[in-house]
Structures are given as structure tokens and as C-alpha cells.
Write a protein that binds this ligand. Structure first.
Ligand code: NJP
Length: 230
């Protein structure tokens, strides 16, 4: 309660579950996605946001600052899987622009506000939903995992810099989650044993509700059915 949290990619999947979980705890959510038609949650506001577009990001950040945002959840992201020989420059740009540039633009837009909060003695938080593949890869994963490795590097560099202005940074690294990810449909039978968006939302809330003297650096979580090579 009392927290104001900006969430990108808040219209469905993990982002929507994060928004719902935060609202249920009495936080005010400033949610963004390209299509926010028909979304509503108690005490929350949804704004059209394309994380790849600087002007759109600026308008979203201004709305978040006006609301007194104290935490940002960078969750917006897209999946794309193909062998290296089939990856086009257009698809490269779509995935990297959304997952990497998007995270950079939204974060960068809020840093002046987080610095100002620090000057007033208040801390802030950034939680990046990356992936378990931010540190491992597989065939057909070149483009997507490259974007997630890059997002992890960005997250860790921000954690170093954030020391200087009271910013705690967390990376959430889920395995397979039943969402609309990579043009799939939530609730498909073959995903029945995967993580639920609410499971990932729990991890985000764990980071956001950690005591102020504690920083949750990263959370790695998988469905039991997913075998992983660490
Ligand atoms: O995907 P989905 P998830 N600007 O498709 C939004 C990571 N992850 O919840 O813009 C702003 O259900 C989109 O809204 P819209 C994954 O990499 C997942 O699974 O209207 N928003 C929607 O709200 C990603 O970083 C799995 O289309 C944009 C949301 O993003 C995060 O989890 C595994 C946007 C996507 O909802 C959430 O993905 C894993 C833009 N340009 C990591 N483009 C998994 N599901 O298995 C998209 O390891 N959005």
C-alpha cells in the first residue's frame, strides 16, 4: 500500500498479473502497453506506451512521475525463435528494439526522478523481467537470447550505477510461463504445467516488498517440468 509502480507490458501475460497483484496490495499501478483498451484496476491508470518510441516513452514517464512513481517494472518484451540463417535485419530490430532499447529508454526516462527522490532521502526500485535465458542459449534462440543477455547486462550495470542514487535493481528470470508470449495463446493445453503469470508476479512482489536494507539481485524460477542446464 502507498507504493506507485510503473509497469510496462501491463496489458496481458506477466505484466497484467503484476499489475493485478500490486493493485490487490493497495499499490497504484501506472501501466503501459501499445493496446490498453478496456483495461482497468482499482486505483490504477493505463496509458498507451510503445517502449521503442522515445516520444511515447517520455509521455508515459511524465504520467508516472506526476503520480509519484517509486518503482519501475520493465516487463514489456517479445519472443522470436528461428535459426541464425533465417533471422532478418527487420526481425533483429523488432526484438532488440523492444527488449533492449525499450528497457533502456523507459529506465533512462525515470532516472532523473529517481535521483530527485534520492536527494529527498527516498529510495527507488527497478525490476527487470528478463528470462532464464539471459544466461544460457539454444538452437533457434540466437536473437531472443541475445536480447536477454543484453538486457541482463543493462540490468547489472544499472545496479552498479544505482548505488549512487539509492536505486535497488532486481532481475527476474522466469523459465516457461503460460502467456501470449511469441504469438501463442494463454491457456493452451500443452502449457498446463508451465509457470502461471501469477507465479512470476509473486517474484516481482518479493523484490518490491523486500526490506529497505535488502536488495534482491535476481530471482530464477522454473516450472518443475522444465529441465535446465545451469
Ligand atoms: O508475454 P505476452 P509475457 N511497447 O506476450 C507488451 C519475458 N519472458 O507476459 O504492446 C509496449 O503475454 C504487450 O502489450 P502490447 C518476456 O521476454 C516470458 O510472457 O499491447 N509494450 C504485452 O502487454 C517479456 O519480457 C516467458 O502488445 C509492449 C506484453 O508486452 C516478459 O516476460 C519466459 C511492446 C507481453 O505479453 C513478458 O512476456 C521468459 C512495446 N513495443 C521470459 N511490445 C514466457 N512467457 O515463457 C510488447 O523466460 N508489449
Amino acid at each position: 500500500a502507498g507504493r506507485v509502480v510503473a509497469v510496462t507490458g501491463a496489458s496481458k501475460g506477466i505484466g497484467w498479473a503484476v499489475a493485478e497483484a500490486l493493485a490487490a496490495q493497495g499499490a497504484r499501478v501506472i501501466g503501459g502497453a501499445r493496446d490498453v483498451g478496456g483495461l482497468s484496476l482499482d486505483g490504477s491508470a493505463f496509458h498507451p506506451l510503445d517502449v521503442t518510441d522515445e516520444a511515447s516513452v517520455q509521455a508515459f514517464a511524465e504520467a508516472a512521475v506526476r503520480a509519484g512513481v517509486d518503482a519501475l517494472v520493465n516487463n514489456a518484451g517479445v519472443g522470436s525463435f528461428a535459426p541464425v540463417e533465417e533471422i532478418t535485419p527487420e526481425e533483429y530490430r523488432r526484438v532488440m528494439d523492444t527488449n533492449v532499447l525499450g528497457t533502456l529508454l523507459v529506465t533512462r526516462a525515470l532516472i532523473p526522478h529517481f535521483r530527485e527522490r534520492h536527494a529527498r532521502g527516498a529510495g527507488s526500485q527497478v525490476v527487470n523481467v528478463t528470462s532464464d535465458v539471459s544466461g544460457r542459449t539454444f538452437g533457434t534462440g540466437a536473437l531472443y537470447t541475445a536480447s536477454k543477455y543484453a538486457q541482463r547486462a543493462l540490468t547489472q550495470a544499472l545496479a552498479h550505477e544505482g548505488h549512487g542514487y539509492g536505486l535497488r535493481v532486481t532481475e527476474i528470470r522466469p523459465g516457461m510461463v503460460d502467456t501470449f508470449f511469441a504469438d501463442t495463446v494463454q491457456g493452451e493445453a500443452h502449457k498446463a504445467a508451465w509457470l502461471r503469470p501469477a507465479d512470476v508476479a509473486d517474484a516481482v512482489l518479493y523484490a518490491l516488498t523486500a526490506p529497505v536494507h535488502a536488495r534482491i539481485d535476481e530471482v530464477l524460477l522454473h516450472p518443475v517440468v522444465q529441465e535446465v542446464a545451469f
